[in-house]
Design a protein around this ligand. Structure first.
Ligand code: SAM
Length: 246
């Protein structure tokens, strides 16, 4: 296909994803701000509000990268003098290293454990976490069904799965506008800022390949979650999906 990635093997996809984030780790935060004109911050804030952090919970932030979601979760609680325990898991050590440095400057080094691992095969025993978050990470994973099953396994009964991901824009005109912007402009910005056209081209293509809101909701249900729902942000440019292990 013109996306060009359907022919790569699963192993190659994993390696490519690893290389993409290895290449951009240092510039990752800056790129997010530039590409989304800072809007990713608002979406992440919406995501945290929708999750509704609760004091003394045990959060697992998968594909946590440089820690954006975890910091917000902890900051939300800190604003009312509360706290939580957070584990950030990511397959890429370079992203985790950037996150760990940021945690020091934000004063969250004691609350967060940084774990290198694969979301498809989590290095945790079952029923451990109250909340599982994954933000802008699941579309890069090879076996989404495995990822969801692992999320279900490590959550405690009553625990919540919450995902923030690029999704399908439900307005025809906006979709065209957005497609043109992302397909033509983002890889060029990737080249100019992070010196990496190909990585950003891949990231844009992976958005198009990710299942739409309804299909992804069904996948979450198939993994065993109940009360599954979703909420669109900016007509579906991003969407928040949520489900509970009951
Ligand atoms: N959640 C962070 C945020 O919102 O800023 C980082 C998102 S970043 C776009 C995606 C992250 O997913 C990368 O750090 C990448 O290494 C990680 N990732 C990709 N595949 C993974 C896997 N199979 N298991 C764990 N992490 C993975």
């Amino acid at each position: 296909t013109h996306f060009g990635f359907e022919t790569v093997s699963e192993k190659e996809k994993e390696e490519r994803v690893y290389q993409v984030f290895h290449n951009v780790a240092d510039k990752y935060d800056l790129m997010n701000d530039v590409m989304s004109a800072g809007i990713h911050r608002l979406w992440k804030d919406c995501f945290i509000k929708s999750v509704g952090p609760i004091s003394d919970t045990n959060l697992l932030d998968v594909a946590g990268g440089t820690g954006d979601i975890s910091f917000r979760y902890l900051q939300y609680l800190k604003n009312s003098s509360k706290s939580a325990t957070v584990t950030v898991l990511d397959i890429n050590q370079a992203m985790l290293n950037v996150g760990r440095d940021k945690a020091k400057s934000k004063g969250f080094q004691n609350e967060i454990t940084w774990v290198q691992g694969n979301a498809e095969n989590l290095p945790f025993s079952e029923n451990q976490f109250d909340v599982y978050t994954v933000a802008y990470g699941i579309r890069n994973m090879t076996h989404i069904d495995k990822v969801l099953k692992e999320a279900y396994r490590v959550l405690k009964p009553g625990g919540r799965f919450a995902c923030l991901e690029f999704s399908r824009v439900d307005n025809f005109f906006l979709r065209n506008l957005y497609d043109n912007y992302s397909f033509h402009i983002i890889p060029v910005m990737g080249k100019l800022i992070a010196g990496d056209y190909k990585s950003y081209k891949y990231l844009v293509e992976s958005i198009r390949q990710f299942p739409d809101q309804e299909t992804f909701s069904e996948m979450i249900e198939e993994a065993g979650f109940s009360n599954v729902n979703h909420e669109n942000l900016m007509f579906g440019v991003s969407a928040i999906h949520s489900g509970f292990k009951i």
